[in-house]
Design a protein around this ligand. Structure first.
Ligand code: FMN
Length: 334
């Protein structure tokens, strides 16, 4: 089902979470083609924008075919975040600008950025108000439920962001202290979804089409934001979208189909970053694609040592051929 963030139409209720080192323009385009309604870019530093760091500016590239797209910024103080938002609004075709208030990593938190703001709803209001007043594009905020279990201001912070002018909120149901341990608390997400009047994207531990549907129908989110479950599994986006719309589960793709998606992702990454950056960056993605497929251990190790796109393609193709031959030989039990 179509929905809106401000004046931007999002064609369906599956959103891919921002993931540093992963949700670059090539990944986003492929994820959109495989069923995501929106993909948030990897977090971009306000300081990198301020100092026109070459790598940071490169991360702002948007493919004309990937709209709608949301660019996430993170930063140390209100002024530099406002300046970064202005820069992105004026110099890119981003449809939405997202503020990262959930990043738990030390190098971000120590700047008084990321999830640190979650200790004080007034600060959340202040930052969101400053950024949303400075630009015309819709501003969204991605946050965690709180700093730790003693400072769970999920509802207060979400309402503060809404008051400050946010057009939508995404929340990961873990505290900063949890990092990725424990479970995403969907009860808290439910409380937040009930209180907000702006759209809400529920995030954390959505792994299956059933989870995505539950997030929308039971938790009450307007969209299911999915992160780790799509790594090596881009086809799941379409499966989730289809299940939400129809209640029907799609069959898993074959190994050949999975490998073809992996190859497409590598090809796009090489187009974006060149072979010497794209191939090494892809190695981790290849491992995700091959995870859980029997007899893939040696292929995984081999891809880790390949330096050219063609060599990775050849290794993957050889794997598919021997996998299919093995399957054809194995007796079928019916
Ligand atoms: C590799 C990786 C990189 C991430 N980078 C970001 C980021 O740049 N910005 C952000 O707000 N969250 C980031 N996150 C958090 C995810 O957006 C998401 O909130 C989290 O993974 C929980 O969702 P999931 O259980 O569906 O993975 C990252 C997560 C992972 C695994």
């Amino acid at each position: 089902m179509e929905w809106k963030i401000g004046n931007v139409t999002i064609p369906n209720q599956i959103v891919v979470a921002p993931m540093a080192g992963i949700t670059n323009a090539s990944f986003r385009l492929t994820a959109r083609e495989f069923g995501a309604g929106l993909v948030v870019c990897e977090m971009i530093s306000d300081k990198g924008i301020k100092y026109h760091n070459e790598k940071t500016l490169g991360m702002l590239f948007i493919d004309p075919k990937e709209h709608p797209v949301s660019i996430q910024i993170f930063g140390g103080d209100k002024e530099s975040l406002v300046n970064a938002a202005r820069f992105v609004a004026e110099n890119t075709s981003a449809d939405i600008i997202d503020i990262n208030m959930g990043c738990p990593v030390k190098k971000v938190v120590k700047l008084d950025a990321g999830s640190h703001w979650l200790l004080d709803p007034d600060k959340v209001y202040d930052v969101v108000h400053a950024v949303s007043s400075a630009i015309d594009k819709p501003v969204t905020v991605k946050m965690r439920t709180g700093w730790d279990d003693d400072h769970l201001y999920a509802v207060e912070n979400a309402l503060a962001a809404q008051e400050g002018g946010a057009a939508a909120i995404a929340m990961h149901g873990r505290t900063r202290a949890q990092f990725y341990s424990g479970h995403s608390n969907w009860d808290i997400l439910h409380d937040v979804a009930e209180k907000l009047t702006i759209p809400f994207m529920g995030n954390g531990d959505i792994k299956t089409p059933e989870d995505a549907k539950f997030m929308i129908e039971e938790v009450g989110a307007d969209a299911a934001m999915v992160g780790r479950a799509v790594l090596g599994n881009l086809w799941k986006l379409n499966a989730m979208e289809h299940y939400i719309e129809t209640g029907e589960l799609l069959p898993e793709p074959t190994v050949r189909e999975k490998v073809n998606i992996a190859k497409l992702q590598l090809e796009r990454l090489v187009d974006l970053k060149g072979e010497h950056v794209g191939v090494p960056e892809f190695r981790q993605q290849a491992a995700y694609y091959l995870k859980g497929i029997p007899h893939a251990v040696r292929t995984r190790a081999k891809v880790m040592n390949e330096d050219s796109m063609q060599a990775v393609f050849d290794t993957l193709d050889q794997f598919v051929e021997s996998y299919e031959q093995r399957e054809a030989r194995s007796p079928k039990i019916s």
